[in-house]
Design a protein around this ligand. Structure first.
Ligand code: AMP
Length: 184
């Protein structure tokens, strides 16, 4: 499964819960980068500034991390991708990875939340000490980038009838109920 949705839509929360329920891997490229930063690895030091500014890190770096998980067969019970693919290039690369491993996507779920709601959620998270990219400048950049570059990636999955839309403005519990319903 691939989860789409603007930053602050609750992808991470929902993906974690669903992955636990279904006992599949939750693959969050953002979390992988944050873990590298926390551990102060060479990669972490290289990407920290870009993450804090709300900019994308190297597309190839993200792709290699995902490809590696498929190589190691961490995805053998299934997977929920959260934050990947994020560009046309990554959509195509994911297609290639899946076909190389004779896998296919069952679901592409789009968690929809309006811009004003996600901005206010992320500003609040920032005030509570959230992530390094939860400052207004980075938030606005991430949301704009999502609408301009990431959301259009849904089109190629829409063409093959894979996309289901979910109303993410509701409570986390209600969003999770919708999510389970869509993949039944
Ligand atoms: P997220 O946790 O998905 O909001 O991602 C946090 C940050 O990690 C993003 O703003 C990017 O800097 C970086 N990132 C995550 N996934 C990718 C990706 N697929 N390609 C490039 N950069 C990514």
């Amino acid at each position: 499964m691939v989860l789409f949705g603007p930053p602050g839509a609750g992808k991470g929360t929902q993906a974690k819960k669903l992955a636990k329920l279904l006992r599949v891997s939750h693959i969050s490229t953002g979390e992988m980068f944050r873990s590298e930063i926390k551990r102060q690895t060479a990669l972490g030091r290289r990407v920290a500034k870009r993450l804090a500014a709300g900019e994308l890190v190297s597309e190839v770096t993200a792709l290699c991390m995902v490809a590696d998980l498929f190589e190691k067969r961490s995805t053998r019970r299934g997977f929920i991708l959260d934050g990947f693919p994020r560009s046309r290039f990554q959509v195509e690369a994911l297609g290639k990875i899946l076909s190389d491993h004779r896998l296919s996507l069952d679901h592409v779920i789009n968690i929809q939340v309006p811009d004003d709601e996600v901005v206010s959620r992320l500003v609040k998270r920032g005030e509570r000490g959230g992530r390094s990219d939860d400052n207004l400048e980075a938030i606005l950049l991430r949301v704009a980038h999502y609408r301009e570059m990431i959301e259009p990636c849904l089109k190629s999955y829409e063409l093959v009838g894979l996309v289901r839309h979910i109303d993410g403005a509701k409570s986390a519990e209600r969003v999770f109920a919708q999510l389970k319903n869509e993949i039944k």
